[in-house]
Design a protein around this ligand. Structure first.
Ligand code: AMP
Length: 298
């Protein structure tokens, strides 16, 4: 595997079908599942590692965001990537960009409403990565469902010649969806955080049993999270998978999204719901057999 810091080097190393996995590092099995999918489907696999200042708001955790370059490089190499692109902030933003990307509509609610400027920062860096790397296929987690909808729309609107691939959520054995920020959680918060996936799994069962009401599915998740004193529900919303607009009723592909705070840590999770052969089928993702590598020495 080659580790490089400029777009020119990344492009020079790409041959055949180029698969691309953007990350902010501090990698876990969720990220590695994206690398594995790219490895299965592409000739060259490029992973980027860049903590993007543009997508952090004032008072957010840019400075304290977990970083461990040596560990990440080892994990990406073991996962079979060919190229690790780890640019400096100066390489990505030689000067503060005067051109930024805003995807309207899709970013209006949920995370977009809570974190002003966040999605503009994500859209701008992803557009730069697409333009600089020229990937054929780009892999994103469904964990960040609104982000995935936004990236799909941006790639279509701006004619980026890359296929956007969404991959299932990877979870701890107890159901908690993996996130680099999970390492901030203390034991009590970690226990309380289980109520999120527990609520989503209950809602998924309700869908399988025939429930179609957005309000009822949201209530199932909200009541699970509200039952835990150590965690504060922000929202539970059934949303259109493509537009991220709230849905009153499950009548098109959707995701049931939750955001909650455990202390200063913001936790996001969701269940995707698709229509397959006339049935509404929830996809809760995949569970690890053992605790995430987030907590292990590499
Ligand atoms: P991040 O490093 O948090 O910016 O995430 C990089 C990519 O990994 C994004 O496409 C995320 O959606 C994806 N990702 C993060 N956590 C998970 C997870 N638990 N399961 C699957 N994909 C994930």
């Amino acid at each position: 595997m080659r580790t490089v810091a400029t777009f020119a080097e990344v492009r020079a190393l790409g041959s055949g079908i180029v698969g691309f996995v953007p990350t902010m590092g501090y990698l876990h099995e969720g990220h590695l599942s994206l690398v594995a999918a790219a490895r299965r489907e592409c000739d060259t696999v490029t992973v980027s590692l860049f903590v993007n200042p543009l997508q952090f708001g004032p008072g957010e955790d840019l400075d304290s965001y977990p970083r461990d370059f040596g560990r990440d490089r080892l994990l990406v190499e073991r996962a079979g990537a060919d190229v690790l692109f780890a640019p400096s902030v100066e390489e990505m933003y030689p000067s503060a960009p005067l051109t930024t990307v805003t995807v309207a509509g899709v970013t209006a609610g949920m995370e977009g409403a809570r974190r002003p400027g966040h999605f503009d920062g994500v859209a701008t860096v992803v557009a730069k990565l697409f333009a600089g790397i020229e990937p054929d296929r780009s892999y994103f987690g469904r964990k960040d469902a609104q982000q995935l909808a936004m990236v799909r729309r941006m790639a279509a609107d701006l004619s980026f010649p890359t296929r956007i691939v969404g991959e299932p959520i990877v979870r701890e054995p107890d159901g908690l969806s993996l996130s680099s920020r999970n390492i901030y959680l203390d034991d009590a918060q970690r226990t309380a955080a289980r109520s999120i996936s527990r609520g989503l799994f209950a809602a998924a069962e309700a869908v399988t049993a025939g429930e179609r009401s957005g309000r009822e599915l949201e209530r199932i998740v909200a009541s699970s999270v509200r039952a835990e004193p150590g965690i504060e529900l922000d929202y539970a919303v059934l949303a259109d998978r493509d537009t991220a607009e709230p849905l009153g009723c499950l009548d098109r592909p959707a995701f049931l999204a939750v955001a909650a705070a455990a202390g200063a840590t913001r936790l996001l999770d969701n269940v995707h719901i698709d229509r397959i052969e006339g049935e509404w089928v929830p996809d809760v993702g995949v569970r690890l057999d053992t605790r995430s590598i987030l907590y292990k020495e590499t």
